[in-house]
Write a protein that binds this ligand. Structure first.
Ligand code: PLP
Length: 457
């Protein structure tokens, strides 16, 4: 019995609520709907008008353990009652934040044992870049500062992180990227320029483009390379075979640090605890966020290698306390959510489920749509899947952006009760369900996708 009417809420929404990543003009003209979400359970969300949808994108690929987990809600409530907040500056902390740092270190690759906690993936990446710069200053090489990112990478919406992001939408009219950032080729095999290249040749091409960039800029000016193990927002693109081994060899040769942005892949999405485990990455820094709390509370982190940690310690001995902190660093409520979330991942074997049901989803999608005339590629890894739609499959002709093919298919899916995401560039339909998805639910997602494509194309 809520006294607010939908009309009243919608009016306030239009009068006052500045929605992120939204076409403001279309919203004002009410050309895009305002859907007010009321509740959720398992893999389903329900809006205020009572429509229920299967959320095959887990919010923004973050509600990994699924909705409505009382274990996490109870942990948050208990923490709020006991200690809603104290800061973590100057050696302070809470039981929850200390426990969570231990749990993260146990799940991180060998030789990575310290965690700096923030609130969002964006601020964690800002932290990482500052740590890289600090590190090189302490090592006495102040000119080694540029960061290499990839076209189609997504690393956040801040000034630096929006710059690292290799998607024009996040640069246009914001005067980004900043000058310290350089971009290299995306490891996007399906969209390679030269279709005669096989996967091995394309990997070699990515490597030689990276080497040419390092040569052009000068290795002594380049501090770090940042990459998502699997490109996420840029189209859900697993790398071609051999890519990460070859890239890491180049970075090592030129003493360039590796930042693995595991905001999407961290804590199970690829069917392994970390994406770094899956691809044999040996990063110096790992960015974590979404899966750390399954988005029950905002919390992110930067996992720091022992090698970097030693230099950071040396730096503060020489220069005084690290001048980098947020009021909400290691917020106790976020930390309590993180502890409960990671326990649930283990006790319900959700990482294993992400691997097995994710493989089932990818196989079923390939069986249902692999031969479709307008499906160019189906790709995925773990509980990530993408269907790339094309005008002509044989000649690999893409739709025009103005056709809005991806958004139209996603809208047709929503009409049928399934939420997928039209990825920002290209006509790619993205799937990143909660890890508790069942095989039957995966089959349902596939059949709705097929029907929706048939209705649009
Ligand atoms: N890095 C990656 C790989 C992401 O996918 C995202 C968000 O989608 C971010 C960083 C930024 O995280 P946030 O939106 O929490 O700032």
């Amino acid at each position: 019995s809520n006294p607010m009417t939908n009309d009243q809420l919608t009016q306030w929404d239009h009068d006052h609520f500045f929605h992120p990543s939204t076409h403001l003009g279309q919203f004002a003209r009410r050309e895009i709907g305002n859907r007010i979400i009321k509740g959720a359970e398992g893999v389903h969300i329900t809006d205020r008008e009572g429509h229920t949808s299967l959320d095959a994108f887990a919010g923004l690929y973050c509600v990994n353990v699924g909705y409505g987990r009382t274990e996490i809600a109870d942990a948050i409530a208990a923490q709020a009652h006991e200690l809603a907040y104290f800061h973590s500056y100057a050696g302070h902390g809470s039981e929850a934040s200390i426990t969570l740092s231990r749990m993260v270190a146990e799940r991180a690759p060998e030789g990575m044992n310290h965690v700096y906690f923030g609130m969002s993936g964006s601020d964690a990446n800002e932290t990482n870049i500052k740590l890289v710069w600090y590190y090189n200053n302490i090592l006495g090489r102040p000119e080694k500062k540029k960061i290499i990112a990839r076209w189609r990478g997504y690393h956040g919406s801040g000034l630096m992180t929006g710059s690292l992001t290799g998607l024009e939408l996040f640069h246009n009219k914001f005067d980004l990227p900043l000058s310290q950032v350089v971009h290299t080729q995306a490891p996007y095999f399906y969209r390679r320029d030269d279709r005669s290249m096989d996967e091995a040749a394309f990997t070699a091409d990515c490597v030689s483009k990276l080497e040419a960039l390092i040569e052009r800029e000068g290795a002594d000016t380049i501090a770090a390379f940042i990459g998502e193990p699997v490109l996420g927002t840029g189209g859900i693109v697993p790398p071609p075979a051999g890519y990460w081994d070859a890239i890491q060899a180049v970075l090592k040769k030129h003493d360039i640090l590796l930042i693995a942005d595991e905001v999407v892949t961290g804590f199970g999405r690829l069917g392994t605890m970390m994406g770094s485990d899956h691809y044999g990455l040996k990063p110096d820094l790992i960015t974590i966020a979404k899966g750390l709390t399954s988005a029950y509370a905002p919390l992110s982190g930067s996992i720091v290698s022992d090698r970097m940690w030693k230099v950071l310690e040396q730096g503060t001995d020489e220069n005084g306390p690290l001048g980098h902190g947020w009021t909400y660093s290691a917020h106790p409520i976020g930390a309590a959510a993180g502890v409960a979330n990671l326990k649930l991942l283990d006790s319900l074997n959700l990482v294993g489920n992400a691997g097995t049901v994710g493989a089932h989803l990818n196989n079923a999608m390939t069986q249902a749509l692999g031969d479709h005339a307008h499906v160019g590629e189906i790709r995925g890894e773990g509980m990530l899947c993408a269907v790339e739609l094309v005008k002509d499959r044989d000649d690999r002709v893409f739709f025009d952006a103005g056709d809005k093919t991806g958004p139209r298919v996603v809208a047709a899916m929503l009409d049928r009760g399934v939420i997928a995401r039209a990825m920002p560039q290209g006509d790619t339909i993205g799937f990143a369900p909660p890890f508790c998805l069942t095989r039957d639910e995966a089959d349902h997602v596939v059949s709705v996708t097929k029907d929706a494509i048939a209705s649009v194309l």
